[in-house]
Structures are given as structure tokens and as C-alpha cells.
Design a protein around this ligand. Structure first.
Ligand code: IMP
Length: 432
């Protein structure tokens, strides 16, 4: 199998990490193509839970190459923390890990800018993860960012660093001595970072290209998700990178054809962390029930996730903007035991039916939802591995998701363990 992109179709936290973990051993290389340590990919393996933020989920599979692509932003402190966590678990990721020389560096000043901006926005804040992601991407676009490759040239790096911190420091109202202190502290951090990371920095676009040319499989691991995408998400309540499938090409440095198949991942219901409109959001009591059953607390920030019913308008939109070939549904077991389950079918905006996901923020906030309601299921789906083990009502629910979205639902996850999933239909993702 040449290329496969795995992308989230909702607001993130769909459980992409689990499928990447299952699929990784079948691929030569796994590439993260966007975002930074704002992601929280939870992988349960051997009864142990790992939460990865920055590194590809494949770091848990020795022998599979992990790449942090040029579309990513890398925080040195987050890098140290994650590598140390893995080392403490007996898994040194270095032999299989490469980072793009074109990836941007998140600096401490980026976190300071973001904290100030969120505070200033008050009730209009984005509700970011406060990891400095947005300001780092803003500096990339403004062409004043530092890239990992710059660590190879300390004089050039220091000149750009001083310029960048002085500019931001002025806007933050820092004194000259505060700015000088920030520059010195960041230099020291970058020196320490360079001594660890330089051997892992490469022209990863070339490495991926050669891997594909040699006929090996490359998995492009999405972070965040369609509705958090900078262009296609619920702007401005989005992240600052390209999270849709096309981002795999740009963020890894390959042509669009190399990305190959696109697997979307959707939760059996919806969740959202942070602010912004959420048409199918549940009432507070249902919200609490699903939050607790699904352990819906942010893997990165521990914030409670807002919960909602499955929204097929969103899935149809995700199908279009990602070019989804097939879909994995996760956390079906969290809906076990409910009397009724609901799926959002279309929106009503000022009384008119809306079939397509609106681009304008104000419109989405005003949309009401028309639901299809169906009976829930008593018999648990938790841990099921065969379609015939799912209760008829749960199978009907999956049939309905497929019918409403037009995307074949090929895989269904029924619990956190690696083994807990059903192959519902023939799938092209296993390469068999
Ligand atoms: P940022 O990516 O930290 O700038 O945050 C922007 C928005 O994206 C906020 O609503 C975050 O909660 C959300 N976000 C960023 N990464 C993730 C993720 O991995 N899962 C869920 N939400 C995320």
C-alpha cells in the first residue's frame, strides 16, 4: 500500500491514535503533517496508556519510522518531555525518529503572546490549548519564524531570534532588560535542544519521497480535525494549521497523488473542547452522562469536552473537503445502555432547511437541528470484535450513519484496547 491519510472528521479527539496504532506496523513510515503538542493521541497498549502530543503514534512501534513533518510546529520543552516519558517506559524513540528541517520552532515568547491574546479577547477567546501554536504559525506566515534547520547555524539563528523576541517583547510591553533576559533564556534552551535534536533533523520530504519510490507504505497521521482546520473549520474557533487530508501533501512535502487513500475517523457522537458553536450539543444532563462514560476530558488540557449527538451534516462536509474513501467509527460502546440515540440530519436556519455545513460563523450559531431518533441498545457492544456480536439497534445506527453520509463505515471501535474493533466492511487500509 503506498499512502494512507488518517484524518479526524469532527472537532478532534475522535480516537485517530488508536487506528494509527493498529495500522502503524503495516507501514514503513508514519508522518505527522500538522499541528504541534496541542494534539492528544491516546494509545492503550499492553494495558498501559500513552498520551502522545507531538510525536507520531508510531513511536510506540520499534522498527516503524516516525516523522515530524514540515507542516508541524515543535516546542523544545514538549519534545524533551515526550522523549523522556517514552524513555522512562523503556522506549527510546531516537533510532526511528526524524524531524523535518523545515518544521517551525515554538518559542517561550509564543506562549506569552497567546496567553495575553486570550486574556485580551475575554469572552470572545478561542479557548486554545495555550501551547503557543497559533503565534508560532503566525510567525511562520509572517516569515520571521525559526525552523529546526536553523539550529544548524547558531549565528543566523541568534540573529533571527533576537529580532523576533525584540519585536514581540515590545508589543507585550516588556522592558529592554526583560527582552534581553528572554533572548538569553531562549538561546540557552535552543542550545540544549540542538544538542539533542540535530542528529534527528533531515530533509524529510526527500526521505518520504524515497520511501514511496521504493514501494513502501507511508501513513500520514492527522492531528486535530476537519472542523478545527484553519480554512475549512469553524473559524475563528479553529487551530492554526491544515488538518484536512490535503494538508498531508503540503505538511509532508509530497504531491497530492502520493497521499493515496483517505480514512476518516468519527466518534459515534460529537465532542468539542474550547469555545465556538456546536449545533448538536446535548443538554447538560446528557452531556454529563456521555462525558463520564466516554471519559471526555481533554488529553492535553484535561478540560471537560462538550458532548453532542452525531451530526451527519458535519460528516457529509468532512467527506467533501477531505475526499474520504472510508470511515472508522469510534467509541460506539459509550452509547451502550441509552434508551434513545439521535443523529442530526439537517439544519434549520431561520426556518429554512440547510443541507450543507455553513461557512459563516454567525449562521452556524443560529442553526437548529432536525434529528432522526432511534432506539438505543441494552446489550453491550463494549469489546465486540465481530459484526454479528453487535446488537441489531447498534447495527441499525451504523447503517443510518452510512446512509446519511454516503461514506462506507468499514471499521468500528468498541473500546480503548487495540483489539477492540470490528471490521464492518471490506477495507482498503490494511493492505490485504
Ligand atoms: P490551539 O490549537 O491550541 O490554537 O487551539 C485552537 C482550538 O483547537 C481550541 O478550541 C482547542 O481546544 C482546539 N484543539 C487543538 N488541538 C486539539 C486536539 O488535538 N483535540 C481537540 N481540540 C483541539
Amino acid at each position: 500500500m503506498p499512502g494512507l491519510a488518517v484524518v479526524g472528521t469532527q472537532w478532534g479527539d475522535e480516537g485517530k491514535g488508536k487506528f494509527v496504532d493498529i495500522l502503524a506496523p503495516r507501514f514503513h513510515t508514519v508522518v505527522r503533517f500538522g499541528g504541534g503538542h496541542n494534539a492528544g493521541h491516546t494509545v492503550v497498549t499492553g494495558g498501559r496508556e500513552f498520551i502522545l502530543h507531538l510525536l507520531p503514534s508510531a513511536v510506540l512501534h520499534p522498527g516503524v519510522r516516525s516523522v515530524v513533518g514540515n507542516g508541524c510546529v515543535v516546542d523544545p520543552l514538549a519534545f524533551f518531555e515526550e522523549v523522556e516519558m517514552l524513555e522512562a517506559a523503556g522506549r527510546d524513540p531516537s533510532p526511528d525518529l526524524l524531524l523535518s528541517d523545515r518544521a517551525q520552532i515554538i518559542l517561550p515568547v509564543h506562549r506569552a503572546i497567546e496567553a495575553r491574546e486570550e486574556e485580551r479577547l475575554g469572552k470572545h477567546r478561542i479557548g486554545t490549548t495555550r501551547r503557543g501554536i497559533g503565534p508560532a504559525y503566525a510567525d511562520k506566515a509572517a516569515r520571521r519564524g525559526l525552523r529546526l534547520g536553523d539550529l544548524r547555524h547558531p549565528d543566523y539563528r541568534d540573529e533571527r531570534l533576537a529580532h523576533l523576541v525584540a519585536g514581540h517583547g515590545e508589543l507585550l510591553g516588556w522592558s529592554e532588560s526583560r527582552i534581553a533576559e528572554e533572548i538569553a533564556g531562549t538561546r540557552e534552551l535552543l542550545d540544549r535542544f540542538a544538542s539533542r535534536v540535530l542528529p534527528l533533523i533531515a530533509d524529510t520530504s526527500l526521505v518520504i519521497h524515497e520511501t514511496l519510490e521504493a514501494g513502501h507504505g507511508v501513513l500520514f497521521e492527522g492531528a486535530q480535525a476537519t472542523l478545527l482546520d484553519l480554512d475549512h473549520g469553524t473559524y475563528p474557533f479553529v487551530t492554526s494549521s491544515t488538518a484536512v487530508a490535503a494538508g498531508a501533501a503540503v505538511g509532508a512535502g509530497v504531491g497530492p497523488g502520493a497521499v493515496g487513500r483517505v480514512l476518516g475517523v468519527s466518534k459515534a457522537y460529537m465532542t468539542r473542547v474550547g469555545e465556538g458553536p456546536f449545533p448538536t450539543e446535548m443538554d447538560p444532563e446528557q452531556n454529563r452522562t456521555i462525558q463520564e462514560k466516554g471519559n471526555e476530558f481533554g488529553a492535553t488540557t484535561r478540560r471537560p469536552r462538550r458532548c453532542g449527538w452525531f451530526d451527519s451534516v458535519v460528516l457529509r462536509y468532512a467527506r467533501r473537503v477531505n475526499g474520504l474513501d472510508e470511515l472508522a467509527i469510534t467509541k460506539l460502546d459509550v452509547l451502550d445502555g441509552l434508551d434513545e440515540v439521535r443523529i442530526g440530519v439537517r439544519y434549520l436556519l431561520d426556518g429554512d432547511a440547510v443541507e450543507e455545513f455553513p461557512g459563516e460563523f454567525g449562521a452556524l450559531a443560529r442553526c437548529e437541528v432536525e434529528y432522526r431518533s432511534m432506539p438505543g441498545w441494552d446489550r453491550p457492544t463494549a469489546g465486540a470484535t465481530r459484526l454479528e456480536d453487535l446488537p441489531p439497534e447498534a447495527r441499525h445506527y451504523l447503517d443510518t450513519l452510512e446512509e446519511l453520509s454516503g461514506v462506507p463505515v468499514t471499521l468500528v471501535s468498541t473500546g480503548p484496547d487495540r483489539e477492540a474493533f470490528v471490521r464492518r466492511r471490506e477495507t482498503g487500509v490494511f493492505g490485504d
